[in-house]
Design a protein around this ligand. Structure first.
Ligand SMILES: Cc1cc2nc3c(=O)[nH]c(=O)nc-3n(C[C@H](O)[C@H](O)[C@H](O)COP(=O)(O)O)c2cc1C
Ligand code: SF4
Length: 563
């Protein structure tokens, strides 16, 4: 294939919406790195100050700045992979120029290595083997509780990730119903009555978000699918996108009809290269079939959809940061208010929704709203995908009804701990919610009120299991290192606080327990009170849960007594 010249690449991307990420990737893919000259050309072509572009590009992990950098292996050393030898693998691949990458969203698979656009696994710690990334391996197992599902309802149908297969299994019935029998406000009301709430972590009611976008002045309006999935221990969105991509595309199209949006973006994390190719194909096929573009399903309704790849930065999952990243700005979170519903992409009304939220929508639109909220237990509405990983017999993605006892998931559905072991702690919200342990594991149910009442949060619902062989101080230190690394640095309490907490978990600081506790408490309270986004607010929960559930181990750590 002939390579495009600089001028051709610029000409190709300059007229596209949200061009910077696409253009950077085009140069990066072509040259294997981003040279000084490439940055100068891009800055000139898109009229971005070179200094700003340099700052933005170097913020992302995956843009290589040295020749050959794209081909250097990047090894996952996230919290689950580090339980399985990720660090040792990284050390073994040093002679190939390997670098560490934070959680790559494959926590139920062997430690992944990203090289170029291929995901590899290693045998014997130095022989890399091509993983068949065009055949995703994460198909969720049949629901072990035999409980009615929403998101995973059709995902195991063969061919579901092709347009024909999707349509043959109920796909596009929801959009057809919406467009041919309902007015946009009725669709908003249908979703509101279903009690669907955001599955990306914050749990904001989806119907209310869409109503706000529909009623906000300004156009064009935008739907953004947040597929950044950077939270360690979360890999549910990848399963949906790999096996049921049209559910997300249909969900976005329904959202567009309901809100009056005419353009959409899927912001996909860099570490899912095969998913990127699949989505591009699916979108092309949907255009071909008249399910995207002008006059969708013959109605006076238009929606254009684009995929943009991130470049490796956890903070880009935060919606303000994501919008800045899409706009080609430095991906700091935005101050709020105003919120994206009125001032989102290009300062215009925008609905940012998680993959799981959007994938729920077509199934809800096929049925009555009561069907969806009735799926939950004990008055909780709907279902939640849980990504379960770590020291557990059957890791994977599970769709649970809200209100399910946590121990039912851990022991009955996922088989409990590995032979001869017991479960010591389970992280919540990926890592952002700290851990639950002891009695809380017995009594918690999987819903936000229950988990919050125990000092944690459910969030996007990654759960990492740690058995009794794990040192929880080391686990907490690993988690805090992640937050310190990924803090964007915009606000002082989080930038410095995550570093100080990481040091305190690494044996730096007071050796008197009361002094140590006063210090970490002060740091945590300040971070929670004044951090600008959820990263700085959530990180202290890691230390809080360590102190709450493992006081003896904390004391030994502080007093420098070996375990
Ligand atoms: C540090 C941080 C990281 C986040 N990462 C993600 C993410 O990877 N995916 C996601 O959907 N939401 C993420 N969120 C939540 C988004 O800001 C936003 O609430 C969500 O995309 C809205 O969609 P929903 O209403 O459908 O949940 C993150 C939030 C914070 C504070
Ligand atoms: S809380 Fe942390 S991650 Fe969030 S804006 Fe502030 S510095 Fe950035």
């Amino acid at each position: 294939m002939t390579q495009l010249t600089d001028e051709e690449l610029i000409a190709q991307w300059r007229t596209q919406p949200a061009p910077l990420l696409g253009l950077l990737h085009a140069f990066h893919d072509r040259d294997g790195y981003l040279s000084e000259e490439a940055l100068r050309t891009i800055a000139k072509g898109l009229r971005i100050p070179l200094a700003d572009l340099f700052g933005t590009v170097t913020f992302y992990h995956h843009f290589a700045r040295a020749a050959g950098g794209l081909q250097a292996p990047r090894v996952c050393t996230g919290p689950v992979c580090s339980l399985r030898g990720g660090q040792e693998l990284l050390d073994a691949l040093q002679d190939q120029g390997a670098t560490a990458m934070p959680c790559a969203g494959r926590c139920d698979e062997p430690v992944p290595i990203l090289q170029g656009h291929t995901v590899l696994i290693a045998h014997n710690h130095n022989q890399l083997t091509n993983q068949p990334t065009d055949q995703p391996t994460l198909l969720p197992p049949p629901n072990p509780g035999h409980i009615e599902e929403c998101v995973f309802r059709e995902i195991r149908q063969p061919g579901r990730n092709t347009l024909n297969g999707y349509r043959a299994t109920g796909g596009y019935e929801g959009l057809t119903r919406a467009v041919t029998t309902m007015q946009p406000p009725d669709v908003v009301e249908h979703i509101r009555l279903s009690k669907l709430a955001g599955r990306g972590g914050a749990g904001f009611p989806t119907g209310l978000k869409w109503k706000a976008v529909a009623e906000a002045p300004g156009s064009p309006k935008t739907i953004v699918c947040n597929a950044d999935e950077g939270e360690p221990g979360c890999f549910k969105d990848r399963a949906i996108l790999d096996y049921d991509p049209y559910a997300v595309i249909e969900g976005m199209t329904i959202a567009a009809y309901a809100t009056g949006a005419t353009r959409g973006f899927i912001y996909l994390r860099y570490e899912y290269p095969a998913t990127f190719k699949l989505l591009e194909q699916c979108i092309a096929d949907a255009y071909q079939a008249g399910l995207l573009g002008q006059q969708i399903l013959g109605a006076d309704f238009q929606f254009d959809l684009y995929v943009r790849r991130g470049a490796g930065a956890y903070i880009c999952g935060e919606e303000g940061s994501l919008l800045n990243s899409l706009e080609g700005k430095h991906p700091f979170p935005r101050n709020r208010p105003p919120f994206p519903v009125t001032h989102g992409f290009e300062d215009l009304p925008t609905a940012v929704n998680n993959v799981e939220t959007l994938a729920s929508v077509p199934q809800i639109m096929r049925r009555a709203p009561e069907w969806y909220h009735g799926l939950g237990l004990n008055g909780h509405a709907g279902t939640k995908l849980i990504s379960l990983s770590g020291d557990i017999q059957r890791p994977g993605n599970y769709e649970v009804p809200f209100g399910l006892p946590l121990k039912t998931l851990l022991y009955d559905w996922a088989g409990g701990p590995l032979p001869g072991r017991s479960i010591q702690a389970v992280s919540m919200a990926g890592l952002s919610g700290g851990f639950l342990a002891q009695d809380a594991l017995e009594s918690a149910t999987i819903d936000e009120p229950s988990i919050r009442s125990k000092g944690s949060m459910l969030g996007a619902a990654g759960m990492i299991v740690f058995d009794d062989s794990r040192d929880m101080v080391a686990v907490a230190h690993n988690a805090m290192s992640f937050f310190a690394h990924e803090s964007c640095g915009k606000c002082f309490p989080c930038r410095i606080g995550t570093q100080r907490l990481m040091e305190r978990l690494d044996g730096v600081g007071p050796t008197n327990l009361d002094e140590w506790l006063a210090e970490v408490n002060d740091l945590g309270q300040t971070m929670k009170a004044v951090s600008a986004c959820g990263l700085g607010m959530g990180a202290p929960l890691v230390v809080e849960s360590l102190v709450r559930y493992f006081p003896e181990r904390t004391k030994m750590h502080v007093e420098r007594r070996l375990k």
